[in-house]
Design a protein around this ligand. Structure first.
Ligand code: PEP
Ligand code: MN
Length: 348
């Protein structure tokens, strides 16, 4: 249920309604829009909220059901675009986020070189995998904890917030020591225990769409995170599996405007994993920006030929500046700003 407060409802009235919801054993989620405040009341049993008769409470405009299966992440619940802020870098609502970096942290030298190159080119966040979901158990699985230490060093040197993947709840604490944004990868999109855990963590979440998942399933996964109290979710379209073999996956560009219609969450696009081929990344990135994406995540490597993972789709670090200049023109065409928000200085 959604409790829409009157314009000008006081803080006391809002706190009173939240108290009633919580005392009844339901969960209250506050969403303050520009003029109207909405409180989402979530309970496994709908009757609990209906029995509260909240319409009569002071400051309440109306009580309406949220019709979509996903509630807190829906446009119905929150009409304006959500902006996820990460250490002063914004994604959504006119601010375009550019996440760039290696697929995998391979060494200190490779990661720091990439981090400096992407920062100088204009990236707003640094990506890099410490724990990698690899199709074959015989391929490089990531450096694990040492990689997290390297990422922390890269953040200290460049000031770029870190995006890194969490594959298993057992690694939650160590990943949270370093990650500014916790990535939940495509293969874990429906790992519901993992989603609940990141939902309880005080950290932004990058939720990739599963290779075989519908938009509704993807939004329901985002709802798992939001239901636990964490609404700082960035959705990432990364290509889905179709009959087509010319590309690694098929980038579902239509997902961008479809999801933006259904949800207030920011949506970014990963053209690297969708294409699997370096030369396709720029056209797909342009298409994503013009389709309304709130950001991009791309793989960059100083020497893609020697990369231990995903080399064929990695952009060259020394040519990344030109790549960003091209994307920036598209971002400006859409009336958005790359690197919205000044980075907060990092204290080492
Ligand atoms: C990645 O970002 O390196 C990755 C493994 O992505 P996905 O989960 O989309 O395959
Ligand atoms: Mn990769």
């Amino acid at each position: 249920m959604m409790i829409v407060m009157q314009e000008g409802a006081t803080d006391d009235q809002i706190v009173h309604v939240i108290g009633l919801i919580e005392r009844a054993g339901a969960r209250a989620h506050l969403s303050r829009g520009e003029s109207v405040t909405v409180i989402g009341a979530i309970a496994d049993d709908r009757e609990i909220i209906a029995s509260l008769a909240l319409d009569g409470e002071p400051g309440v405009e109306r009580v309406v059901p949220i019709l979509k299966p996903f509630k807190l992440v829906s446009r119905e619940f929150r009409r304006d675009d959500a902006v996820v802020e990460v250490n002063g870098r914004r994604v959504g609502g006119g601010s375009f986020g550019l996440i760039a970096g290696p697929c995998t942290v391979e060494s200190r030298g490779q990661t720091l070189a990439t981090a400096h190159a992407v920062r100088e080119a204009g990236a707003t966040l640094l990506r890099g995998g410490a724990y990698k979901p690899r199709t074959s158990p015989y391929t490089f699985q990531g450096l694990g904890r040492p990689a997290l230490e390297i990422l922390a060093e890269a953040r200290a040197e460049t000031g770029l917030p870190i995006v890194t993947e969490l594959m298993d709840v057992r690694q939650l604490d160590e990943v949270l020591e370093v990650a500014d944004v916790v990535q939940v990868g495509a293969r874990n999109m429906q790992n519901f225990d993992l989603l609940r855990e990141v939902g309880r963590a005080d950290r932004a979440v990058l939720l990739k769409r599963g290779l075989m998942n519908t938009i509704e399933e993807w939004l329901l996964s985002a709802e798992y995170v939001a239901k636990e109290g964490n609404d700082r979710v960035i959705l990432c379209e990364r290509g889905i599996r179709t009959f087509e073999t010319a590309t690694r996956a098929t980038l579902d560009i239509s997902a961008v405007p479809v999801v933006k219609g259904l949800s207030s969450l920011p949506v970014i696009v990963d053209p690297s994993h969708a294409a699997g081929k370096r030369d396709l990344i720029l056209p797909l990135a342009r298409a994503a920006v013009v389709a309304g994406a709130d950001g991009l995540i791309v793989e960059v490597h100083p020497t893609p030929e020697t990369a231990l993972c995903d080399g064929p789709q990695a952009l060259h670090a020394d040519r990344f500046r030109d790549w960003v200049a091209d994307v920036r023109r598209c971002v400006e065409l859409m009336g958005k700003v790359l690197a919205g928000g000044e980075p907060v200085p990092v204290t080492v």
